[in-house]
Design a protein around this ligand. Structure first.
Ligand code: ZN
Length: 260
């Protein structure tokens, strides 16, 4: 069996999203189950371009309650449930997305929650998704309930690190990852709170030693560098393969990993 990973968007942060400098539709993982992670703006459009059918998605995961990650969540719920007519699939998300916390969220209306089985994820929670076991991981982000996702697939561990500042706890949670997906909002020398910059990725990669790392979630400053330069620098610094993801990029993960 082959696991496939597709980037429905590689932008992130406020202005990349507002201007759609890159699409912001999240990541689509197929590994016996069809899993859509973080359906921000233009996810539907990207799915159409890549011939992916939203009514075939099995699981929707939303890491936190910022619009570049959740905006199209309700429509994806309508997709999974075939217009609300069929009770199928699962929505799992941070507490902020499903219930709201303080002045954040919820991002999914009670009507849409009533259509689909849903559950709140906290770091350390395990979910069995058929052939994939998913583990929720911690994040240090301005939405304090943010979770990342670590997928144990037949083709190894694929780790989706959610928006986060760098920390030992966050790195350790992704130990064993064969494929590491990092949200690198900022380039070198311009770190901002709650996010990773390229320097942080070097520490992350050296400690996890993944076979391949994808950078995504690019802010405007990062796009101006551009991200390929940053990925190349991180690859040289670490000795591990690092790729700056592009919208529409498709990755096959079998015995080998192939990027298209
Ligand atoms: Zn965020």
């Amino acid at each position: 069996m082959i696991t496939r990973l597709r980037f429905l968007g590689t932008g992130g942060g406020r202005f990349s999203t507002i201007f759609q400098s890159r699409a912001t539709g999240g990541v689509y993982l197929e590994s016996g189950m069809k899993i859509h992670i973080d359906p921000g703006p233009s996810g539907l459009n990207q799915m159409k371009n890549m011939h992916l059918d939203p009514t075939k998605t099995d699981v929707l995961l939303i890491s936190h309650c910022h619009p570049d990650h959740y905006t199209e969540g309700e429509i994806m719920v309508e997709g999974i449930t075939q217009g609300g007519k069929k009770r199928r699939g699962l929505l799992a998300a941070s507490k902020s997305v499903l219930e709201g916390i303080n002045d954040i969220g919820p991002a999914i209306s009670s009507y849409h929650r009533s259509l689909i089985n849903h559950r709140i994820l906290e770091p350390g929670d395990f979910l069995n998704l058929g052939p994939v076991d998913m583990e929720a991981t911690p994040s240090i982000h301005s939405d304090p309930t943010t979770v990342g996702f670590k997928f144990h697939t037949k083709n190894g561990v694929i780790s989706y690190v959610a928006d986060t500042a760098i920390s030992d706890e966050v790195i350790e949670a992704h130990r064993g990852a064969r494929v590491l997906i990092l949200p690198v909002t900022r380039p070198r020398s311009s770190r901002i709170d709650w996010h990773l910059s390229t320097e942080d990725t070097v520490e992350f990669i050296k400690r996890i030693e993944p076979e391949i790392t994808f950078f995504t979630h690019f802010g405007l400053k990062m796009l101006r560098v551009p991200p390929e330069i940053e990925a190349y620098w991180a690859q040289e610094e670490t000795g591990y393969r690092v790729i700056a993801a592009k919208d529409g990029m498709s990755v096959s993960i079998g015995t080998r990993i192939t990027v298209k």
